[in-house]
Design a protein around this ligand. Sequence first.
Ligand code: DP6
Length: 360
Amino acid sequence: MEQTFIPTKIEALKEAGTVTWQTPSNIALVKYWGKRNPQLPENTSISFTLSNCYTVTTLSYEKKLTQDACLNFEVIFEGKKNEAFKPKIETFFNRIKEYVPFLTAYKITIESSNSFPHSSGIASSASGMSAIAMCLMSMEKQMNPDLTEQQFYQKASFLARLGSGSACRSVKGELVVWGEHPEVKGSSDFYGVEFKDKVAPIFKNYQDTILLVDKGEKQVSSTVGHDLMHGHPFAQQRFAQAQENIRKIKSIFKEGDVDAFIALVESEALTLHAMMMTSSPYFILMKPNTLEVINKVWAYRKETGSKLCFTLDAGANVHLLYPELEKEAVQDFVKKELAVYCKNGEYIHDKVGMGAFKLT
Ligand code: DP6
């Protein structure tokens, strides 16, 4: 499979160029938690692509004076030279250079900024890594104009995955599936695919308000987190459950069954945290305010009949998911009742988006 992504045709290398992409973050409904080498998921996951939480990356390239096999790049983040991100990007580049052979021919400058506050706990690796992947694909397209759109996006997702697993779901489409599943046509462990089955109108333009309960450095890096699934006593049951949940969510989308959606999505979030709490070593990534918010959401749903639900990433922040028709009511509830549980009262209103787009 990987062989397909090694370019066979590269026309003369351009001397220099620049390209800019904006790519979104995403929020998983069925979670990816557990991987094997090289960045292959232990189970299928599906996510909503976001819209307002994104990274903008400009990649400039200039042919090196002497051609050697070394990587030569620098990173500028939010206007300042950034050494801290370099090791992660270097690992990424080393993983993909086989598929992007011209990478070592250039001196590369990566200038990035996020639409969301730095260290907000919002997964920036998904938007950040997919943005670099998109830029590299634009470079390749300049050198091989025959690349089809399908090949372009598929390889972009393939490359993004090698930077960060969830990044492969931040390339194209509103709902993206990553990981082979017998009931999702075209699905693959190697890249994300757009979920093309029927989705009832209630799930269109779904809203996501992100409550920044705890900002700051992640307590557990995702790499360490995924590793905890190796030898985890409940790993196999968890992977099987995720496969089953993909099957279920497919019919939930088709039928427009929001109650079943709520049950599945909240259970996925709590299961992810249960995996962390039952691993060795164990972690509790929720904060007291995470639980306060969850209880408030449940009480609000009971009182009002709302279809508001929550999901969590590997951290304390809470993503509130709700249909567009409840936008006004839920946002009012957030402002009046939930903002107090957020650090500095901060939250971000977001909604489902379409994926990456090119700015130049
Ligand atoms: C909890 O994609 O950040 O957000 O592949 O090691 O970069 P790496 O992990 P990452 O893991 C994300 C895990 C999650 C669930 C999800 O997005 O599916």
